[in-house]
Ligand binder design. Structure first.
Ligand SMILES: Nc1ncnc2c1ncn2[C@@H]1O[C@H](COP(=O)(O)OP(=O)(O)O)[C@@H](O)[C@H]1O
Ligand SMILES: O=P(O)(O)O[C@H]1O[C@H](CO)[C@@H](O[C@H]2O[C@H](CO)[C@@H](O)[C@H](O)[C@H]2O)[C@H](O)[C@H]1O
Length: 472
């Protein structure tokens, strides 16, 4: 059963008054890293309240530009906002970090908390979750069931699209990912790790449980809407990006770690082929059109790219020629399920090596595109780009550090892919890889313009490096 919300001075906690809570949340939401619409005035509209326990609920709100009329809300992002509402303390205690604001209900002041930072919400989700093993909430001791032991539970700090909570005592060590931008239907961040775990591959933390609600589908049949996922904790793990930045900062070679990552990514691609099969060979015309269309969209969002358009077009032309040559040699790469947003921040280095996380795909891509079969090489390009980021953020001296990491990664990736290499091979491979790196760097420019404008120089330098390499 659920734990009650933290006790109040009078113990009176009823259903969450969602309509009154939304105006309290409205000014706070745009300040959150995971808020999906940046830089323009927005309005939020309550779509659904999912009650979990007295004073505990998840609100589903849609976010639209303030300038759009109400009919424009179709297709706008649906946000998951857990809340806990409880009477304000009367003993002068300072508001906890989870407090977002207050409202008055029946003459009593109440605090509205960010539920993602509140134990009452965590306990309620674990109680309502579906467990992979079919059991209930495992307690601290392996094999026991009952109340979850939330001792030591804490929110993971840092740059994240969702909100994750470490729960060292739950199920022998787990992490609860509270999904923020949600959509009805299968969630790749749950489905892919489950499918990979079923193939017997251990490079991904195993999902333990998930919490979802039913939404009405197109013909009124229920469709699952996933709101949170509990996964096995990788103990004493270092975030790949922080680790790489630390190595770069002390001028220590990252080549060994990068090589192990290359092997991991090749294994990931093989496991994805085992789980989902291999698709047809890439349609070269479709791929190049898609790269061109994404580049045009990126330049539209980031005017800083405009004067590079001719050079970008030359990279695409070379990729087109490389694909045409591969077509003639019958060595066009096949499509398959991929990670889709692979970078150093998506890998953890634990006591037994690297693990890969977060299969949601690029958050700026439309949901329908994120799970479609694609080129495995796209993931390799993402990781190669990430060494640039680590070199820049970790302040590596010169270009050697990143170049060594890139070489080690790429060499190990190809070696571990062996005869199954999902690459076109031959001289054209470099041109295709360059076009995919460019595509990722353009995506990153848009991502940084929207989210971290101070960082835009990092991917922009990456764009220029690809353009220089290709025109050299
Ligand atoms: N299984 C795990 N074990 C340990 N830490 C994890 C695990 N999964 C995620 N984390 C931590 O949480 C962070 C965010 O996870 P991630 O899945 O990338 O979320 P987001 O989609 O919010 O970016 C990771 O960078 C890592 O620090
Ligand atoms: O991890 P997310 O799924 O939220 O991915 C998005 O955010 C990432 C940043 O948090 C962003 O990654 C870029 O910055 C990373 C360093 O913070 C770097 O390691 C990556 O190489 C770089 O792409 C990612 O692009 C975005 O989709």
């Amino acid at each position: 059963m659920t734990s009650p919300p933290e006790q109040s001075h009078d113990g009176a906690v009823g259903p969450v008054p969602a309509a009154a809570v939304v105006p309290v949340l409205a000014p706070w939401l745009p300040t959150q890293r995971w808020y999906p619409v940046k830089g323009v005035a927005t309005r939020v509209r309550l779509v659904r309240t999912v009650p979990l326990a007295p004073g505990v609920a998840s609100l589903l709100v849609d976010v639209a530009r303030a300038s759009d009329d109400d009919t424009a809300s179709a297709g706008t992002p649906l946000l998951h906002v857990p809340v806990v509402v409880e009477p304000a303390p009367t003993d002068g205690r300072a508001a906890p970090a989870s407090a977002v604001g207050t409202l008055v209900r029946d003459g009593v002041e109440h605090v509205v908390h960010d539920g993602a930072r509140h134990r009452a919400f965590w306990a309620a989700v674990l109680a309502g979750a579906r467990w992979e093993d079919g059991g209930g909430v495992p307690g601290g001791a392996p094999g026991t069931h009952g109340e979850p032991d939330l001792a030591g539970a804490r929110v993971v700090a840092g740059e994240q699209s969702n909100t994750s909570v470490l729960m060292p005592q739950v199920a022998g060590g787990a992490i609860l990912k509270i999904l923020r931008t949600v959509a009805p239907g299968p969630n790749p961040d749950l489905d892919v790790p489950r499918a990979l775990a079923r193939t017997g591959w251990h490079g991904v933390p195993r999902p333990l449980a998930w919490w979802s609600v039913d939404e009405a589908g197109a013909s009124d049949e229920p469709v699952e809407l996933h709101l949170a996922i509990l996964s096995e904790l990788v103990p004493r793990a270092d975030d790949g990006f922080e680790l790489a930045c630390a190595f770069a900062g002390r001028a220590a070679s990252f080549a060994e770690h990068a090589g192990a990552l290359g092997t991991l990514v090749a294994q990931l691609h093989a496991a994805l082929r085992r789980a989902y099969g291999t698709g047809p060979v890439v349609d070269a015309a479709w791929l190049v059109d898609d790269l061109r269309a994404r580049a045009v969209r990126a330049a539209g969002e980031a005017p800083i790219l405009a004067r590079r358009e001719d050079a970008i077009a030359r990279v695409h032309a070379r990729a087109e020629a490389a694909l045409a040559a591969a077509g003639e040699r019958h060595t066009l790469p096949r499509l398959q399920r991929i990670h889709g947003d692979l970078h150093l921040g998506q890998v953890l280095h634990g006591t037994d090596g690297w693990r890969v996380l977060d299969f949601e795909g690029e958050p700026l891509r439309p949901v329908a595109e994120r799970t479609r079969p694609d080129l495995a090489l796209r993931d390799a390009a993402g990781m190669l780009r990430s060494f640039d980021y680590a070199a820049a953020v970790g302040r590596a001296h010169g270009t050697r550090w990143a170049a060594d990491a890139r070489d080690a990664f790429w060499t190990a990736y190809r070696a571990a892919s062996g005869g199954d290499a999902p690459t076109p091979g031959g001289a054209g491979q470099d041109d295709l890889l360059a076009a995919l790196e460019l595509d990722k760097a353009l995506y990153e420019v848009v991502y940084e313009v929207r989210n971290r404008p101070d960082w835009v120089g990092i991917p922009l330098a990456g764009v220029d490096r690809v353009l220089e390499r290709t025109t050299a």
